[in-house]
Design a binder for this molecule. Structure first.
Ligand code: ADP
Ligand code: NI
Length: 214
């Protein structure tokens, strides 16, 4: 397991996400892969595990691929085809399971490798890129940019979070503003702090413009 499988995984995810511009595109995966590797280096985590889990973390996403979500068929098939040992496949699948944000039902990954991947995925949801992804997602799902009559709900269960129909501005309160406090590694905490204040400044400007204050 080395550079060749990583290169092939990059090619594989490029194909999987070819048609997707909903915020889960190939470049999201590529950014998570690069950021996860940067964090993994600082944290002395197993680099190959981190890279493969990062590259495969969204291929069986419940929104994009509901039919393969439960068993992670795409990730498992890819790893099997590349003769990755069963034990390592299990490790990677456990990381993918733990990565996603599920409101109050979110979990902290047990391994340092999982922590690196979760941090990288969450970092990509905040800051300048996070803002762009949120509005792209909102547009794609026919959501209003903002509606002051719809209150946000900060603490949701997995079920509530996944079925929630709200506005994109509410998503900042429902998820994005909560992420910087939930980073696992010191490396990610430092990056998240900057991105979080950038995002908060953006939202206060947005709300001031909305009210005609400036
Ligand atoms: P990931 O695990 O890759 O962050 P998600 O499916 O949770 O994937 O979200 C993909 C992107 O869309 C993220 O940037 C996320 O913040 C954004 N997003 C998810 N749900 C909403 C929503 N209800 N409104 C606006 N943006 C959303
Ligand atoms: Ni992701």
């Amino acid at each position: 397991m080395d550079k060749q499988i990583i290169d092939e995984a990059i090619e594989y995810v490029k194909k999987v996400f070819e048609q997707d511009y909903s915020g889960h595109d190939f470049f999201h995966t590529l950014r998570v892969y690069k950021m996860a590797a940067t964090i993994a280096k600082q944290e002395s985590a197993d680099m190959t595990i981190v890279q493969l889990a990062a590259l495969l973390h969204d291929v069986d996403d419940h929104k994009l691929s509901p039919e393969t979500y439960a068993n992670k068929d795409k990730a498992v098939d890819f790893l099997r085809k590349h003769n990755v040992p069963q034990k390592t496949i299990k490790t990677i699948c456990d990381i993918i399971d733990a990565v996603s944000f599920m409101g109050v039902d979110s979990v902290v990954p047990k391994s340092i490798e999982g922590k690196c991947v979760q941090d990288a995925d969450r970092l990509d949801a905040i800051g300048a890129i996070g803002i762009a992804r949120a509005f792209t997602y909102g547009g794609n799902h026919n959501r209003a940019i903002y509606n002051p009559d719809i209150p946000f709900q900060e603490k949701m269960t997995k079920e509530e979070y996944q079925n929630n129909i709200s506005t994109t501005i509410n998503h900042f309160y429902e998820k994005l503003f909560q992420l910087s406090e939930r980073m696992n590694t010191d490396t990610a905490k430092a990056i998240a702090k900057e991105r979080d204040s950038y995002m908060r400044a953006y939202i206060s400007e947005f709300l001031a413009e909305w009210e005609g204050i400036r």
